[in-house]
Every structure is written in C-alpha cells, then in structure tokens.
Design a protein around this ligand. Structure first.
Ligand code: G3P
Ligand code: CA
Length: 307
C-alpha cells in the first residue's frame, strides 16, 4: 500500500515537472514568434487596431476576377489590399488564377500547369463575366488574359498592397521559392518596404513555414476553413504564432467568443469572403481586423470612395 502511494506521488511530481517544463518552453520560444519581426504600430497595416478591406480576387464583384481590370477597380475603390491567388504554369511562371482548372473562367479544357505562360495568354478570362453579369459587362473585360505576377507588379508597383495566396503548394513545390525571388526582384521585401505591404496567406502550414524559414520579415496568414463553429485550442494558437501573424477564417464560422480569443492571443483575424454590409458590421463588432470582399466599397458610399 505504502509502495503504491509512493509510486503515485512520484508520478505526480514527474507530471508537475513536465508541466512546468512545457510552460517554460512556450515562454522561451515567445521571442521567436512571427509577430516579433514587426512593429505593428498605428501606421502599420498589421496594426491590431486597423480594419482592412481586402479586394477578393480584385474587386471581383465588379470586374472579372484576377484580371488587371479587377485589380484596378480594387485600387480605385480604395481597398487596402488586392488579393492574388497563385497557380504555376508549365514553364514555372506564377500567374493569378483561383482554380487549378481553366474551365470556369476561360472555357478551355485542362489545368494551368499543363500550359506555358505564352499559351495561357491566348485565353480570355473576361467573357464569362460579361455573359454572367450583362449589367456590368464591358468590352475591355473580354480582352483580359491571365496575368503573370510580374505583370501585376509592373502595373501597380509600390502603389498597391498585395495579399498573396500560395494555392495548391503540393502541386507546385517551387512556388514559395519563386514567389520570394519575384518579390525580391521588385523590391517588395525587406526593411525599406512598408510593413505589411505584402502579406502571404495559405491553407498550407507547410508552405507558410517554408516561407517563414527563408523570409521571416514577410507577414503570414494561416487560412482555415471550419465546417462548424471556429475553434482553436491553446496549443494550436501557439503553433500558428510561431510562423504567422494572423489567421483567415470563413466568416460563417466566426463567433464573438472565437474573435475575442484570437484578439487576446494577439493574432490578426481576417474573414473571407463577406459581401453583405450587415454581416461585415457584425464581424467588426466582434473585433476582427479585416475582411475579404468582392465589393471593396461595401462600407462606403461612392462619394466617399471617389470624391
Ligand atoms: O484567401 C481567402 C479566401 O480567398 C480563400 O478563399 O477560395 O477565394 O481563395 P478562396
Ligand atoms: Ca484566396
């Protein structure tokens, strides 16, 4: 009896030591958390006090998604960011495209990765929009082609802020490396660039960690899609904080409690994709820090946006 009591006592002490050790491990790694690399003061796009409007696939409610015209519209409507989904071509070029397949936006068979950039340039990505939205149709939309990432940077330079998603990184193992190379070539990396000018997002933790390891000065957002109410335990939050400054979550899953928990954890919380003004205002009251929307002027009148 005495022996078994002693055994239980020993186990309890061991568990106590283990608990103290893991808690302290958390504190010592605190310095290495992603937020450590940023000031996040009031002027920063990464400030927890800002509410960001991200033009989802460009202002894709007004112009065909992921075209130069959609991005121009996003800029015209004073979005804080233009959002760019990346795919990779057969000749290793990064292009803005949401789907792996060409069908929905070009009407062509096949996948982006089967074609070179030159070949993709023959396809128009705006006719479908004109046909689906006759009231918004414009001849110039039917002339739009899939833009290479360089073409977007050539057009908008340092005027725009870019919120870039690495899509399907398992398909494209070279994507992260090529993205960093291009950002560097366009002077969109490093201390001379406004904090948060470029944000990288992904559903793939592996892709984000790969970027964080090479370029910790790039702010990263972990995308998560919840089937039901959004929930993350302490361990999951701590893990995300090592490489990301925030999370992007499908808006339907966000509750007041969840938003409060993420805020308390000092992570940004961006909701996708919200096209209802009342819904955005509800989420704002929860304290979220940004929203992806197809209508970047949704919270403003046209007069406020274009005086
Ligand atoms: O990147 C946030 C949001 O855009 C994710 O949804 O499918 O539009 O890329 P999706
Ligand atoms: Ca996206």
């Amino acid at each position: 009896m005495k022996k078994s009591l002693l055994f239980i006592l020993l186990i309890a002490v061991a568990l106590l030591f283990l608990f103290i050790y893991t808690e302290n491990m958390g504190k010592t790694t605190e310095k290495k958390q992603a937020a450590h690399y940023f000031k996040r003061d009031a002027s920063s796009l990464l400030s927890p006090d800002r509410f960001l409007i991200i033009a989802h696939r460009g202002a894709s409610g007004y112009a065909p998604e992921h075209t130069i015209e959609a991005y121009k519209k996003g800029e015209e409507l004073a979005a804080d960011y233009i959002e760019i989904d990346l795919q990779m071509t057969n000749d290793g070029r990064l292009v803005a495209m949401h789907d792996i397949d060409l069908g929905r936006t070009t009407g062509e068979d096949g996948e982006v990765r089967e074609f070179t950039l030159d070949e993709l340039k023959d396809f128009d990505v705006g006719t479908w929009f004109n046909q689906s939205n006759p009231e918004l149709a414009e001849p110039v939309f039917a002339e739009q082609s899939i833009p290479a990432l360089e073409e977007i940077f050539d057009t908008f330079g340092h005027e725009a802020n870019y919120y870039i998603e690495t899509k399907n990184p398992k398909y494209y193992p070279e994507m992260a490396k090529e993205l960093i190379r291009i950002l560097d070539a366009y002077n969109l990396l490093g201390e001379t660039v406004d904090e948060g000018k470029v944000i990288i997002q992904s559903f793939s933790e592996q892709s984000l960690r790969e970027i964080h390891d090479v370029e910790p000065s790039l702010p990263l957002i972990q995308l998560i899609s919840f089937d039901d109410e959004a929930k993350l335990n302490k361990r999951a939050i701590r893990n995300i904080k090592h490489y990301a400054v925030g999370i992007g979550v499908n808006y339907q899953a966000i509750t007041k409690d969840f938003a409060g928990k993420i805020h308390k954890a000092d992570l940004l919380l961006h909701a996708f994709t919200v096209n209802e003004k009342t819904e955005i205002n509800r989420l704002k009251e929860f304290g979220i820090t940004g929203v992806f929307t197809d209508y970047p002027d949704i919270l403003k009148t046209r007069q406020e946006v274009i005086p």
